[in-house]
Design a protein around this ligand. Sequence first.
Ligand SMILES: [Zn+2]
Ligand SMILES: [Zn+2]
Length: 291
Amino acid sequence: MTIFSIYVYLSMRVKFWGTRGSIPVPGPTTIRYGGNTTCVEVTGRDGATLIIDAGSGIRPLGASIMKRGKGGPIHVLFTHYHWDHIQGWPFFTPTYLPNSEFVIYGRASSPDELKAIFSDQMRFTYFPVEFKNLPCKFEFIPLKEDGLKIGGLNIQTINNCHPGGALGLRIAEKRHAFVFMTDHEASLTEELPHPYADYVKFASRAQLLIHDSQFTDEELPTHKTWGHSSYQESLRLAIDSGAKRLGLHHHAPERIDYEIDRFVTHCNRILEEERASVDVFGLMEGMEFTL
Ligand SMILES: [Zn+2]
Ligand SMILES: [Zn+2]
């Protein structure tokens, strides 16, 4: 075993399979940041696999899991059920294997309500294979604002400001934390489920903060109540919470690669003016981090 592989084995890994918001937009203008919608793979030190959301990025993740092989249950946690966070689910090949097991977590009042969200999506009208005909095993665990543990991963949730609700996540192992805040409208102060200070505390000193950056400050007034933040608001939270790295996520479908580059440049200018230090980048499909 090389030193590198020992290091990887001892660390939490986070890989992004989809970083786009709203709808997949493959094409030459989105080739660097990617066109697939939200899907994240988190692997704990003990090998526990947690998938966050099933946007179209879950299709290539499924292909990768099929190649790698995967023992034990696969945990899938949904921040919420808007199309861009569930649309890849019917194309997630591991669910067609008879011996695979899944534990599904998401906002719901009961396991049956959570199950219904998936069986409704895979009704015959919409897809040729109905959910009830999938050969694998499922367990459904409803979530609310609380904490849970998956293997060695300690997960805290916080209610985001989003139409219909969404959960922000803080995933910690030992002293390292990955905070995932997507589909959150930071500026809708009159409807924020928590005061801003609570979100600052939630993201406090994260090694990796990934935040909804669908809009710019200039675009926000015409997109009020859409449930998304500007990249400047993402940066504000990163500075205030002392996050080490900030990834701009949930890129608007019309956002071309060059514009995201510009947002990162602007963030670095703001940091310089404020004499603050955060490693800011536009989150690209395929990026992988070791925490
Ligand atoms: Zn979304
Ligand atoms: Zn949403």
